[in-house]
Design a binder for this molecule. Structure first.
Ligand SMILES: Cc1cc2nc3c(=O)[nH]c(=O)nc-3n(C[C@H](O)[C@H](O)[C@H](O)COP(=O)(O)OP(=O)(O)OC[C@H]3O[C@@H](n4cnc5c(N)ncnc54)[C@H](O)[C@@H]3O)c2cc1C
Ligand SMILES: NC(=O)c1ccc[n+]([C@@H]2O[C@H](COP(=O)([O-])OP(=O)(O)OC[C@H]3O[C@@H](n4cnc5c(N)ncnc54)[C@H](OP(=O)(O)O)[C@@H]3O)[C@@H](O)[C@H]2O)c1
Length: 296
């Protein structure tokens, strides 16, 4: 069993039938919000990044990698005094078998939601609309041998779900996580999670004898670190393939999931298409899938 950053023992999917939360927070307030879930844990990484966990409605089924709408009640309308939910798309960072839900979040100083969400405390409630959707799912990829997960910033969130799902290791021989951030501290969430998975006894069986089935390739662009540069540049120069000792992208072998800003997604998409991989969707699986980590 590992800690919440790494995961916990998978539970039977058939257990998820009623509406009551699976977990009990220390404080159990009476729900006052529509679709309320209770925050169970909060961890801050930098002044721009934090993660939090919430109770999970037992009826909520989702595929690892999907996103939901979450939020808080907005400020009262000055004229009517009425409050409306303030909702934003969030990738579920926990895997589909987890008893709780985890989210990995930006803090936008003047952001309507995150300027408030960043102050959330265990025992408080958030709104969660239980309609998961998304393209970063195994169903949208054709079978392959090597899965590349390309993330920048909070784009790692859906991959935190994917790499904690045993199905990922059943489907692929090798999983390579690339995470590019401006600064070293912004890599803490992904680094700690991958270290946690490698130390987890249950995961060790899935990761193979040398624990080398899950590979981590972090890079920074604005602060000195062991590996510097945009992942797109490292792909173009071939450095990433040399560093990892793998062949360049091959549509017969490689599959990709991409999650970052729009310019990042477009640049990776062009590189993958240049190597002959095609973009897939739930309705038409192919060699790679893409989703925006944020709008704007
Ligand atoms: C499919 C999808 C999944 C998403 N998943 C996540 C997630 O797992 N975690 C998360 O933190 N956000 C995620 N987002 C972004 C999220 O929906 C909100 O935009 C974010 O929470 C900020 O909300 P806000 O109301 O404070 O500011 P907004 O008004 O929504 O955003 C203000 C500005 O902040 C910047 N911004 C917003 N989100 C981010 C971000 N994540 N990283 C860097 N800059 C950003 C953009 O420039 C944006 O124009 C996702 C967005 C989409 C479309
Ligand atoms: N991160 C911060 O410290 C910080 C602080 C204040 C405000 N902001 C604002 O917050 C927003 C999001 O910042 P963010 O750092 O989370 O996300 P971001 O700007 O998308 O950058 C995240 C990482 O992705 C890289 N990247 C960006 N575009 C790319 C592309 N087309 N191809 C390959 N790599 C690419 C960046 O490299 P480069 O460094 O080379 O761009 C950076 O390492 C921005 O509008 C930013 O101005 C960020």
């Amino acid at each position: 069993m590992i800690d919440s950053a790494g995961g916990a023992t998978p539970r039977a999917k058939d257990d998820m039938t009623d509406q009551s939360p699976v977990t009990q927070a220390a404080v159990k307030p009476v729900p006052t919000l529509p679709d309320a879930q209770t925050v169970t844990e909060v961890q801050h990484y930098t002044d721009r990044l934090f993660r939090f966990r919430t109770t999970r409605p037992q009826s909520l089924r989702f595929r690892s990698g999907e996103f939901v709408m979450i939020g808080l009640m907005g400020d009262p309308d000055p004229a009517t005094g009425k409050q409306k939910p303030l909702l934003r798309a969030y990738s579920i960072a926990s895997p589909s078998w987890d008893d709780e839900l985890e989210f990995y979040s930006i803090k936008v100083p003047d952001g309507p939601l995150t300027s408030r969400l960043q102050h959330i405390q265990p025992g408080e409630q958030i709104i969660l609309r239980p309609k998961p959707v998304g393209t970063l799912v195994h169903d949208a990829l054709l079978p392959g041998k090597r899965l590349w997960l390309f993330a920048t910033g909070t784009g790692f969130a859906p991959f935190a779900s994917i790499i904690r799902d045993p199905e990922t290791y059943e489907r692929f021989d090798e999983i390579i996580v690339t995470h590019t951030c401006r600064e070293v501290a912004e890599l803490t969430y992904s680094r700690e999670m991958i270290e946690g998975l490698r130390q987890d006894e249950l995961m060790q069986e899935l990761l193979g004898a040398g624990l080398d089935k899950l590979r981590y390739y972090p890079t920074t662009t604005r602060e000195e670190s062991a590996r510097m540069g945009r992942i797109t540049t490292l792909i173009e120069t071939g450095e990433v393939f040399r560093d990892l000792g793998v062949a360049p992208f091959d549509p017969a072998v490689d599959r990709g999931m991409v999650c970052g800003s729009l310019p990042f997604n477009l640049d990776i998409k062009a590189l993958l298409e240049g190597a002959g991989l095609r973009e897939g969707a739930n309705s038409e699986p192919a060699e790679f899938v893409v989703e925006k980590a944020f709008v704007g």
